[in-house]
Design a protein around this ligand. Structure first.
Ligand code: XLS
Ligand code: NI
Ligand code: NI
Length: 435
């Protein structure tokens, strides 16, 4: 017996590029083998519980627009109904994974002990649904930014009681993630940052955040949680200055606090853009350090400059993201989470399903383009050509020598480099052949 919420929508099927059916996949074909691996196993799609089922459609100028049968989200009965409908949608879409914050799946009860009870009850319920449906948990996380208790941060809060509440909250969420067989645990530093330096001891806050993350890692090992701990960079919003600004900042932070072998990054397309980077830049930076974990595949509106969390719809961008993910060896425990929400005028169930169809299709299309570029080898060939000068023993040995030795070489051999073209337009034209 289904709820009827998705009435009239049948299980979404792959129909191929010629299909005119808006309720079908044209590119996402889970069993299609790409570079020796099933498409589903490459992409590892996940639905974000918060945007798809907890968000009510409010914006800074107006209240809820999405009227759902599980609103208001203040009791356990409606929390269970929300879970029932979430799993109906996972099944309609063939979504292999989902993600949650504690606050998305259980109602806020006002104190820790009651929140914990509610979390245990709802995760037991979700666990049973996972058994039946086979849908898996990509990651769990704690919402330590919405409730007013977090307004001055969680682990970076000047009040030690908030630090304590945050530690207890994360422990409960790792326990729940572990119980549900989650493959990662994410910490996005919601309000780990500041509004003004005038009231902020920046060094103390960073030290507390570093210790907090070490406590998380110690606990993970203590309980035998095999998933990956991920932090998610974002430069601003909600805080004016977020400590986890971008991939490079996070990597420096993780190294400083001795976590470089323990923690990886969950990179979000929209956050990359807010930081003044491209998504593929963030992916390449993380991959270069062996810290690429997972992705949140949602874009921003390019004019508004907010984290608008829209479903992806740009093949060239998505293709380059997957190109660098594939070059880094693909996902291990990570996956593609749609940290994306429909627009507040998209009030029908069909809008929610269609948004995911489109997101999954664009990612599949991007993945196929990325794989085709890898198979063709054009970008690799251009790169090895550009760096080929370093293949000579003379050039390689320079890295083993001293500054004066290199100086002598320039004098002795009268080295006078001739500039070579970077071939950017030719390479951009090349990429356009695939996307
Ligand atoms: C907010 C973040 C958030 C994290 C999970 O901008 O993207 O949704 O992914 O806390
Ligand atoms: Ni995110
Ligand atoms: Ni975000």
């Amino acid at each position: 017996m289904t709820s009827g919420f998705f009435n009239g929508i049948e299980r979404i099927q792959y129909e191929g590029v010629d299909s005119q059916n808006p309720m079908a996949f044209r590119h996402y074909n889970p069993d299609e083998v790409i570079l020796g691996k099933r498409m589903e196993d490459h992409l590892r799609f996940a639905v974000a519980w918060w945007h798809s089922f907890a968000w009510e459609g409010g914006d800074p100028f107006g209240g809820p627009t999405l009227e759902r049968p599980w609103h208001p989200q203040d009791d356990m009965g409606r929390a269970r109904m929300k879970a029932d409908i979430a799993f109906e949608m996972f099944e309609l879409l063939g979504q292999p994974y989902f993600c949650w914050h504690d606050a998305d799946i259980r109602p806020e009860q006002g104190n820790f002990a009651e929140n914990l009870n509610a979390l245990e009850e709802i995760t037991n319920y979700i666990g049973e649904k996972m058994q039946v449906s086979g849908t898996k948990l990509l990651w769990g996380t704690a919402n330590m930014f919405s409730h007013r208790r977090w307004m001055s941060g969680a682990s970076t809060n000047p009040d030690p009681d908030v630090f304590a509440y945050a530690a207890a909250t994360v422990k409960s969420c790792i326990d729940a993630t572990h119980k549900l067989g989650g493959e990662n645990y994410v910490l996005w530093g919601g309000r780990e940052g500041y509004e003004t330096l005038l009231n902020t001891d920046l060094k103390t806050e960073l030290d507390h955040m570093g210790r907090f993350l070490n406590m998380v890692v110690e606990y993970k090992h203590k309980i035998g949680f095999k998933g990956t701990i991920l932090v998610e960079p974002k430069p601003q919003e909600p805080s004016k200055h977020q400590y986890d600004y971008d991939a490079a900042t996070c990597i420096g932070f993780l190294r400083k606090y001795g976590l470089e072998n323990e923690v990886k990054l969950n990179l979000e397309q929209g956050h990359a853009i807010l930081a003044g980077h491209s998504f593929e830049h963030e992916i390449a930076v993380a991959a270069a350090e062996g810290m690429l974990g997972s992705i949140d595949m949602n874009r921003n509106d390019y004019q508004s400059g907010w984290d608008t969390d829209q479903f992806p719809n740009n093949t060239p961008e998505v293709a380059l993201a997957y190109y660098y993910i594939l070059k880094a060896g693909g996902f291990t425990t990570g996956g593609t989470n749609f940290d994306a929400k429909i627009r507040r005028q998209s009030i029908d169930a069909v809008d929610l399903v269609s948004a995911h169809i489109g997101g999954m299709d664009i990612c599949a299309r991007g993945l196929k383009a990325a794989a085709a570029m890898i198979e063709d080898g054009g970008l690799d060939a251009a790169l090895s050509d550009r760096y080929s000068g370093w293949n000579t023993p003379k050039a390689a040995s320079m890295l083993e020598s001293s500054l004066e030795q290199v100086y002598d070489r320039v004098i002795d051999e009268d080295i006078n480099p001739a500039p070579k073209s970077g071939r950017q337009e030719i390479l951009e034209n090349y990429v356009n052949r695939f996307v």
